[in-house]
Ligand binder design. Sequence first.
Ligand code: NAD
Ligand code: MG
Length: 386
Amino acid sequence: MKNISILGSTGSIGTQALSVIEAHPDLYRVCAITGQSNANLLVSQALKFKPELVVICDLDLYNEVKAALAHTEIKVLAGVDALCEAASLPQANFVLTAIVGSAGLKPTIAAIKAGKDIGLANKETLVVAGDLVMRLAKEFGVKVIPVDSEHSAIFQCLVGEELNSVEKIYLTASGGPFRGKDRNFLQTVTKNEALKHPNWVMGAKITIDSASLMNKGLEVIEAKWLFDLEADQIDVIVHPQSIVHSLVQFNDGSMKAQMGLPDMKLPIHYAFAYPGRISSNFKRFNFMDCPELTFSQADAKTFRNLDLAYQALRKGGNMACIVNAANEVVVSAFLKDQIGFLEMSDVIESCMNKVEFIAEPSLNNYLETDAHTRIFAHQLVTKQVK
Ligand code: NAD
Ligand code: MG
């Protein structure tokens, strides 16, 4: 029996993870769930899955959640520190990190230090502090199993292979709703247009990241840390059908790809079942529904974020942390109609140029960089608000 803590159970990944668990009550149990502000959903999940612990991060909602669960044995906690408690709960032997943003960093570290294997959806944690997190995972003998579909694909292609036989990997990108558009077009796009992803239904932040190609930039950095690769070994290829989830090219020229319908329940299910496979009734891919799989070059000139992420990866130190924090601020501003789509990259670039660079950051340095960058990015956004 796998006892699973889900950090971010009320989100897109969190709710899909619960549906995977619900389908296999003989294999999986939920022991902790957490949510930021959707108290109603969190309470109904708690009543259904009966975890030991429920954490509502928004302190103002504590009384509401506590009262709704008063007739149960479930412990209710609130606040950010309680996330670390959910991550290191003694009953848990697996933690799914499905929080969005760098808020996932501290609880992920808490889970690793408590010896819990990690199902990692929260890519921002590796973007911010990948060196530190992977070093800790090694030290504490913890497995980090990717849930991001591209990284799950690479991980699956690498089963039975030596890491040093990898020549390069290709991360596939759908291209998002603005594939093929030019900067003139992007100048005036709205958040509603950006939120219409052609293939995936996801949380708002990752959907905007997908439209701006920052999601692929973050994934390039995530792949560096998960698979111990250099920037030159990681390529991005646009594949609008999202059937080939990513590919590995080996040193003998052979390539392996992992394929399937675009459904996040698949990589979640794989991460839970790893190292085995467990049968599922997910819809199967039919070649005749999609007889043409196409590939094209990513347009990093139009979608500058991809280029900025590669620059950060090559620079190292806290630069990816700067990019991530600036991106979190600009995405939130774009979602509030405070800045335009193209201005997001401008603010990120200014932060990369202005925030202090630290070549060998400690955890505190990362946390400070995250905080400083947010302040600076906010100032830049405020200047742009008309
Ligand atoms: P979402 O916005 O739907 O859900 C985020 C979850 O985190 C919610 O439960 C929310 O309550 C919680 N949360 C938000 N801010 C928080 C904070 N500051 N502190 C604590 N909890 C907080 O997001 P999502 O789409 O499920 O994405 C979650 C993570 O998984 C992201 O890192 C994303 O990049 C990654 N991911 C998502 C998908 C997808 O299909 N949705 C695919 C690949 C990777
Ligand atoms: Mg992905």
